[in-house]
Design a protein around this ligand. Structure first.
Ligand code: 4AD
Ligand code: MG
Length: 478
């Protein structure tokens, strides 16, 4: 048996009682020819390993370079130095893997996020990414915990799909046909009958439509999986491959839907507060330093911890789209022509508008409801005014849209009429319409962009820094 190690996180929580333990990890630093800071990824904190002077061969000490991997057996003793309660007095040290300090790309200095993205295969070894990915894990775990406690069924919806009915964004095509010379039909078009699935298929943009099939039998379901959008959006909030959580609930109206979404977001934040406090504190500190570089008017009013605490302890503001437009039309930036994009009833609000509402006007998360039907998907429930639908988006400070959802149109005739208007092919979606034919019920759901949630909690300013290997236009490295 090789793995007899104790994780450094657990070890640091113990009392030093001269117990013998084995740790394994990577060297962060080696100083005075005897003090090794060793890290194993279980926490950002390092264990100080003391290789007493004279006890180990000079040839071994030479191999204690940054990022070399070690197995250390030793005795846990109270630390003489400051900054740590205990240290490990090494009795045996084995180098599991050498690391050439001259060539190692991560030098012990501050690297830019852009540089670290280029070496994303190694960036897990930095304190920042250690903290981010432990928090990402906690959030994913908390997602399942939340829904499990509420009796939701985790439904795996397909990743390859033939439906493009959602209209959420451009799709990536999935095919096994030779792209240089695909089979053609009589009209000269690509003949997808010859393709693997016998029809044209894509990577999913959302599991919602299949989710509704589950909800209208199982009651409450949620999906949590990768989704793909081939939009050419080079922004700090868009990925071509991102993870989404899509709960779908039978017997929920729009208000029930909003209540669940708000409770869910708060639950996730609370979970991270309770389980990742050290990592959060580290990222809060990091963000505070990053903000010092910004001009005064670009800095956030609250620190990360303060912001999360505030969100936890205050209700989200709830306004209609029509009210949101009113507020924008009364705003200073509108009057001073500071908005780049037009403001009038009917627009799809741009990031600058959303940020004004959330960051300047309300200074807290805002749920906007009842959007114009024309800018929303066909499946959203039509309101009695004949202009709006029972949609809701949640906008978060620093992020913008973090959740998009709606009550679904459960009335077959209304749904069919809307599909016709929007040129959504009813024949292809017969399976979706069957839920409205056989025991239709009011139901609702929403999608939370997982990376945007991780961004919100960690304070990372670019979405590419909260997913291990970001896929964006012109970038699919690793
Ligand atoms: O608003 P969207 O497009 O909604 C849907 O897909 C619905 N089917 C959800 C539902 O009702 N079940 O996307 C939902 C959320 C957005 O609010 C945003 O947080 C995130 O997914 N999102 C993205 N995140 C990263 N990169 C992208 N390109 C994203 N597009 C959407
Ligand atoms: Mg949306």
């Amino acid at each position: 048996m090789f793995n007899n190690r104790v994780k450094i996180k657990q070890l640091l929580a113990q009392e030093p009682k001269e117990q013998e333990v084995t740790v394994m990890g990577w060297i962060k630093s080696f100083r005075n020819n005897q003090f090794i800071a060793l890290n194993d990824g279980s926490t950002n904190a390092n264990i100080q390993v003391v290789a007493a002077l004279g006890k180990f061969e000079e040839s071994l000490l030479k191999r204690f370079t940054i990022s070399a991997a070690l197995k250390v057996k030793g005795i846990v003793v109270p630390s003489q130095g400051k900054g740590q309660k205990l240290e490990l007095k090494a009795t045996e040290i084995e180098v599991l893997g050498d690391s050439d300090a001259e060539k190692y790309p991560l030098q012990p200095k501050k690297h830019s996020m852009e540089f670290l993205r280029e070496i994303a295969h190694l960036r897990f070894r930095t304190n920042t990414f250690g903290a981010v990915f432990r928090i990402r894990h906690s959030l994913a775990f908390a997602v399942h915990k939340f829904f499990n406690e509420k009796g939701f069924v985790y439904l795996h919806t397909p990743i390859i799909t033939a439906s493009d009915a959602e209209g959420a964004g451009e799709m990536f095509r999935v095919t096994t046909l030779p792209f240089d010379n695909p089979p053609r039909n009589d009209k000269g078009d690509t003949d997808f009958k010859e393709d693997f699935f016998g029809k044209s298929t894509n990577l999913t943009v959302s599991g919602q439509l299949e989710g509704e099939l589950g909800a209208t039998a199982l009651g409450d379901i949620y999906t949590f999986g990768p989704t793909f959008r081939a939009e050419n959006s080079n922004t700090p909030r868009h990925l071509a491959e991102f993870w989404m959580i899509e709960p779908e609930m039978a017997f929920y109206d729009l208000e029930d839907n909003m209540n669940l979404a708000e409770e869910f977001i708060k639950y996730l934040i609370k979970y991270v507060f309770e389980h990742n406090r050290e990592d959060l504190d580290f990222l809060a500190q990091r963000l505070a330093e990053e903000e010092k570089q910004l001009p005064q008017d670009k800095r956030s009013e609250m620190g990360l911890i303060e912001k999360l605490d505030f969100v936890l302890n205050n209700s989200f503001e709830r306004i209609t789209y029509t009210e949101a437009i009113e507020i924008l039309l009364q705003s200073n930036p509108y009057k001073k022509k500071k908005f780049q994009y037009e403001v009038k009833w009917g627009i799809d609000m741009q990031s600058e508008h959303e940020r004004y509402l959330v960051e300047k006007h309300f200074k807290k998360p805002v749920i906007v409801t009842n959007y114009p039907a024309a800018i929303k998907a066909f499946y959203m429930r039509q309101n009695d005014d004949g202009k709006t639908v029972a949609a809701m988006d949640i906008l978060a400070p620093g992020i913008g849209e973090i959740v998009g959802g709606s009550q679904r149109e459960e009335r077959l005739d209304r749904l069919e009429a809307r599909m016709k208007e929007m040129h959504v092919p009813a024949e292809e979606l017969y399976w979706y319409l069957d839920t409205r034919r056989y025991g239709t019920v009011p139901h609702s759901g929403f999608g939370l962009g997982f990376e945007r949630m991780v961004q919100f909690v960690t304070g990372m300013s670019n979405i590419r820094d909260v997913i291990p290997f970001p896929r964006t236009p012109k970038n699919a490295e690793f």
